[in-house]
Design a binder for this molecule. Structure first.
Ligand code: ADP
Length: 552
C-alpha cells in the first residue's frame, strides 16, 4: 500500500538505486573472481551476511578460473557462493546469474537422491560421486562430483569440483561398441580358425592317404619309378629301382653316370635336359646296369605334374624293362636281313629269265605273253618289298649308306610325277613346282621317298583320285609335298606313322604294306639333314612333306 503511494520521482530514484546496486554487485563478483577482493556480502533470509574468501589468494583463484573443471563453493543452505566460469559454461548460464542460486537447481531429477546423500556426508568427510547436472537449456551433463569442506570466516562451506564426464562417457560408449565389434570379430576369427584347422586336418589325412596310395602303387607296379624336381634332382625311387640298381637314393644321385650304359648316356642326358627345359614328355630307350653287373634295356618315360597355374611341381618317371622285346627284335631283324638277302638273288634271276622269255615273243603260244607281263608286275612288287626289308635291316645295322651330289629337285619332281602318271594311270596328278630348287642329295633315295609318298596317297585315297604334288622354297629349305583327299589320319595315328612296321589298325582301310615305307623315308630324309612331316585331318586327306636344305 505504502509502495503505491510513491511518486514517480521516488520510483525513478529507487530504480536508479537498484541499477546502481546491480552494477555494484556485478563489479564485486568480477572482483572476487579475478582476485581483487577477498569478501562477499550475500543477502539471505537472515539479512546481509559477509563471506570472506581468506584462503583463496589471487594465484589460486586465477588457477581455479582457468581450470577445466567446474569449481563451486556452496554454503550450508546449498547457495552458490562462488563459481568459476567453467561451471557456468557447463550449465549454460551467464556467470553472474549462477552465483547466489541454489546448487540443487542444477541437479537432474534422476541424480537428486544420490546428490543429497553425497552432500550430507560431505560435511564430515571428503566425498566423490557421479551425478548428472541439468543445464539451463535442459541438457543433461554427466559429471564427477568431488566435495571438500572449506573453512570460511563465517563458517564451514563446501567446495565442489565438477569434472565433465561427457567426453569420457562418449568414449566409454564407443569403447563398448568397439569391444562388442571386437568380440564379434574375435568369435568369427575363432570360428574361421576352427574351420581352417578342420580343413587342414582333413587335408593332412587326404595327403597321408594319397602318399601311402602312391607308395603302394609305386612299389607294386612291375616298372621302376622315380620322381624328380623341376631342376632334375631325384627325390624318390621305388623299391624295384633300388633292388635293381642295389643303390640307395643318395648313392644313386652321385652314380647316375655309372648305372646308364656309356653308349646310351649322352642321348639319355640330352633328352632329359631337353625335357626339363621344355616341359615336354621325356622318352628314351637305354640300358641300366643291374646290381649283378649286367645291363638291361629299358624304355624310360617321364611326364611333369603341374599346378593349376601350369607351373611344374615335379616329374613322375617310369623305366620299363624291354630287354626281352629288344632281343626278339634283334633276332627278327637278323632274320629279316638274312631272308631278304637270300630272296634277292633268286628274285633277280627269276626276273632275268622272265625277261628272256618275253624277248622270244614269237615263239610263245597265244596268251602266254600276258601271263608273263603279269608275272613281271608281281615280281616287281616282290622285289620292292624285299628291297624295303633289306633297307630296314640296313638301317637297323646303321649301314644304309649312299653318296650325296648336287641335285636339281625341280627337274626330278617333274620327272617323278611323270613316272607316277604311268604307274597310276587312273589318278590325276597335279604338279606345281618352283624353278631351280638346288640341293645336295641322293636322287635314287629321294625318288624312293617321293614314290613312297605318292603310292601311299594313291593307296589311301580309294574314292578321290586327285593328288597334288608341289615343290617350293620354304624358309631356307626346298619343300616337296604330296596332298591327297583320302582317308586321313587321327592325331594319335599321326604321332606313330614314322615308326618301323607301324600300320593303322583299321580293318576298313587295310591294304597291302608292311609299314616300312615311311620309316625308311624318314631315315633317308634325316640322313639328308632334312625333316619329314604330315598335316592331316581324319576323313579329309593328308599332306605329307619333306624339307631339304637348299644348296649354297
Ligand atoms: P605301308 O606300307 O603300310 O603303307 P608306310 O610306312 O608307308 O607303310 O605307312 C605307314 C602307315 O601310315 C600306313 O599303314 C597307313 O596307315 C598310314 N598312311 C601312310 N600314308 C597315308 C596317307 N596318305 N593317308 C592315310 N594314311 C596313310
Amino acid at each position: 500500500m505504502e509502495r503505491e503511494k510513491l511518486t514517480y520521482n521516488e520510483l525513478l530514484s529507487e530504480a536508479n538505486e537498484l541499477r546502481f546496486k546491480l552494477e555494484e554487485a556485478n563489479d564485486t563478483i568480477e572482483a572476487i573472481r579475478t582476485g581483487q577482493v577477498d569478501a562477499l556480502i550475500v543477502h539471505g533470509e537472515g539479512g546481509h551476511q559477509l563471506y570472506t574468501l581468506k584462503t583463496a589468494d589471487q594465484t589460486y583463484r586465477m588457477f581455479i578460473e582457468k581450470m577445466n573443471e567446474g569449481a563451486v563453493t556452496i554454503n550450508h543452505d546449498g547457495l552458490i557462493l562462488y563459481s568459476n566460469s567453467r561451471f557456468a559454461e557447463m550449465v549454460n548460464m551467464p556467470l553472474q546469474k549462477v552465483i547466489g542460486l541454489s546448487f540443487d537447481s542444477f541437479i537432474r531429477e534422476e541424480s537428486r537422491q544420490r546428490f543429497n546423500a553425497t552432500i550430507e556426508s560431505a560435511w564430515d568427510r571428503e566425498c566423490k560421486e557421479e551425478i548428472e547436472l541439468i543445464s539451463r537449456n535442459r541438457e543433461p551433463v554427466c559429471c564427477l562430483l568431488s566435495c571438500n569442506t572449506l573453512e570460511l570466516d563465517e563458517g564451514l562451506a563446501l567446495s565442489l569440483i565438477l569434472t565433465d564426464l561427457t567426453i569420457q562417457k562418449d568414449t566409454e560408449k564407443q569403447l563398448k561398441v568397439r569391444n562388442g565389434q571386437l568380440a564379434m570379430a574375435q568369435s568369427a576369427t575363432e570360428k574361421l580358425n576352427d574351420e581352417l584347422e578342420d580343413t587342414v586336418r582333413d587335408r593332412t589325412v587326404d595327403l597321408l592317404i594319397s602318399r601311402e596310395h602312391f607308395k603302394l602303387l609305386a612299389n607294386n607296379i612291375p616298372q621302376m619309378t622315380w620322381t624328380h624336381l623341376p631342376d632334375g634332382t631325384v627325390n624318390f625311387y621305388n623299391q624295384r629301382w633300388r633292388d635293381y640298381t642295389g643303390l640307395t637314393l643318395e648313392e644313386e644321385r652321385y652314380n647316375k653316370q655309372q648305372i646308364i650304359h656309356p653308349e646310351d648316356y649322352p642321348l639319355t642326358m640330352e633328352k632329359y635336359t631337353a625335357s626339363l627345359k621344355s616341359g615336354g614328355v621325356f622318352e628314351v630307350e637305354n640300358r641300366y646296369l643291374r646290381a649283378d653287373g649286367t645291363y638291361r634295356w629299358h624304355l624310360n618315360r617321364a611326364i611333369p605334374l603341374r599346378d593349376e597355374t601350369g607351373k611344374i611341381l615335379f616329374w613322375v618317371g617310369t623305366a620299363t624293362d624291354i630287354e626281352e622285346q629288344k632281343q626278339q627284335m634283334e633276332k627278327k631283324d637278323e632274320f629279316i636281313g638274312i631272308a631278304s638277302h637270300e630272296l634277292k638273288t633268286p628274285l633277280t634271276s627269276l626276273k632275268g629269265y622272265l625277261q628272256l622269255i618275253s624277248h622270244k615273243k614269237n615263239d610263245l603260244p597265244d596268251g602266254v605273253q600276258q601271263y608273263i607281263d603279269k608275272a613281271i608286275i608281281s615280281l616287281n612288287k616282290l622285289q620292292r618289298l624285299v628291297n624295303d626289308l633289306l633297307d630296314v635291316s640296313k638301317i637297323q645295322a646303321g649301314r644304309l649308306e649312299y653318296g650325296l651330289q648336287p641335285v636339281n629337285l625341280t627337274e626330278l619332281v617333274i620327272e617323278w610325277t611323270e613316272n607316277a602318271r604311268h604307274i597310276y594311270p587312273s589318278y590325276n596328278f597335279e604338279c606345281k613346282v618352283a624353278d631351280g630348287l638346288l640341293i645336295n642329295g641322293n636322287d635314287e633315295r629321294l625318288e624312293q621317298v617321293l614314290m613312297n609318298l605318292i603310292s601311299n596317297a594313291v593307296k589311301y585315297s580309294p574314292t578321290n583320285n586327285h593328288v597334288v604334288i608341289t615343290a617350293e622354297k620354304h624358309n631356307n629349305d626346298a619343300r616337296v609335298a604330296v596332298t591327297d583327299h583320302g582317308i586321313g589320319l587321327s592325331p594319335a595315328q599321326k604321332e606313330r606313322i614314322f615308326e618301323r612296321f607301324y600300320r593303322v589298325e583299321d580293318k576298313k582301310f587295310m591294304s597291302s604294306g608292311l609299314g616300312m615305307g615311311l620309316y625308311i623315308s624318314k631315315e633317308i630324309i634325316d640322313n639328308h639333314r632334312g625333316e619329314i612331316g604330315v598335316y592331316s585331318e581324319f576323313g579329309k586327306g593328308s599332306t605329307f612333306y619333306f624339307d631339304l636344305p637348299l644348296a649354297g
